[in-house]
Design a protein around this ligand. Structure first.
Ligand code: HEC
Ligand code: HEC
Length: 295
């Protein structure tokens, strides 16, 4: 915080308090020419409607004073005045750390117990899976959807199609270390537009999607440049996250346009690693939850 902000905040805050005090004090003083307390003010409306000059009720006035004293105490205790840390030395970070510590004390034992169980066994523990689901919704649903059904570019985690494998170890590795699938732009190695078109029709034919048969036949020969990653039959390769192109389950879209886009521009899906952020034990419980979805 700059010195300017430091003083700016102090002056505005303290000034507001002094302003309020002055306002109460000045308005509760009798003014010149005013009717005495309890007398009629001399104003009349509608012929006979008069007004008494009664002061604010005492208790009401005191509420104002008490609020001001409370506010001053609050500002002294908490870090409210610029760089001044407050007599209570309270910080958001400290509060966060205390809450995390309390949560660790409360749930740490449970997570430790869960982490000691193999994933397939943990996946049939209802209480653990409820926890797993909550963690998933907190940390994973922004990308994979709250039902784990995925979205374009973000794989569904509840079907039987896996980019990197369905084993408990593969799922846990995906979560802990993240994954990145890299397909380079391929148009040049297909000799340009015509080659792209033919291979795209061949890719469509692999899953029985509507395609042009003669283009697909021509594309088949060209598919060898793809085979290094997607396999000769197009069944994919889980070691590098190359999708199976024969199953009509798509990471992006299963249209001829989307397939051409993949070939021309390449694709690079990225899943961030969660090892540091979630730690081994929570990741273990989430992995079991993901595992349970596809069982
Ligand atoms: C920022 C978005 C994002 C977040 C957050 C995210 N993921 Fe992912 N995840 C992806 C993407 C994208 C992929 C596919 C990577 C690729 O294309 O190679 C993926 C892949 C995966 C895979 C591999 C799927 C397969 O078919 O093999 C698993 C398992 C997975 N994520 C689980 C999770 C879990 C559990 C969480 C929460 C802890 C999570 N992800 C959080 C984006 C995300
Ligand atoms: C270097 C390895 C590599 C090569 C070569 C390669 N791909 Fe890919 N391809 C991948 C990877 C990895 C992905 C997944 C990208 C991601 O996770 O975002 C992918 C994704 C795709 C997709 C999207 C699939 C989906 O489910 O939406 C299509 C279509 C595709 N590739 C077709 C091809 C074709 C056709 C060729 C040859 C012209 C080819 N690829 C060459 C690695 C490769």
């Amino acid at each position: 915080m700059s010195n300017f902000m430091h003083w700016f905040i102090i002056i505005i805050s303290v000034g507001s308090f002094l302003g309020c005090l002055w306002l109460i004090w000045s308005t509760s003083k009798p003014r010149k020419g005013e009717a005495a307390q309890g007398e009629e003010t001399g104003h009349t409306w509608d012929g006979d409607l008069a007004e008494y000059n009664n002061p604010l009720p005492r208790w009401w006035l005191w509420l104002f004073y008490i609020t001001i004293v409370f506010g001053l105490g609050y500002m002294a205790f908490y870090p409210a005045l610029g760089k001044f840390a407050g007599t209570g030395k309270w910080t958001q970070v400290k509060q966060y750390e205390n809450e995390m510590q309390a949560a660790d004390d409360k749930y740490g034992k449970l997570f430790k117990q869960y982490a000691a169980q193999p994933i397939p066994q943990l996946a049939s523990n209802t209480a653990a899976m409820k926890t797993g689901q909550r963690l998933f919704i907190n940390y994973c649903s922004t990308c994979h959807g709250s039902d784990a059904g995925g979205a374009i570019g973000f794989p569904s985690l509840k079907d039987r199609d896996w980019l990197y494998g369905s084993s408990p170890e593969a799922i846990k590795t995906s979560i802990l270390d993240g994954r990145s699938g890299n397909m380079p732009p391929m148009a040049a190695s297909l000799g340009g537009e015509q080659g792209v078109d033919e291979v795209a029709h061949y890719v469509m034919s692999l899953s029985g999607a509507p395609h042009d048969a003669s283009k697909a036949t021509a594309g088949k020969a060209r598919f060898v440049v793809c085979a290094g990653c997607h396999g000769l039959e197009g069944k994919g390769n889980q070691a590098i996250g190359a999708p199976n192109l024969t199953d009509d389950i798509w990471l992006y879209r299963g249209s001829i346009g989307a397939v051409k886009k993949a070939i021309i521009e390449g694709r690079a899906g990225n899943m961030p690693g969660h090892r540091e952020f979630l730690g081994e034990q929570k990741s273990h419980v989430i992995a079991a939850y993901i595992y349970s979805l596809s069982q």
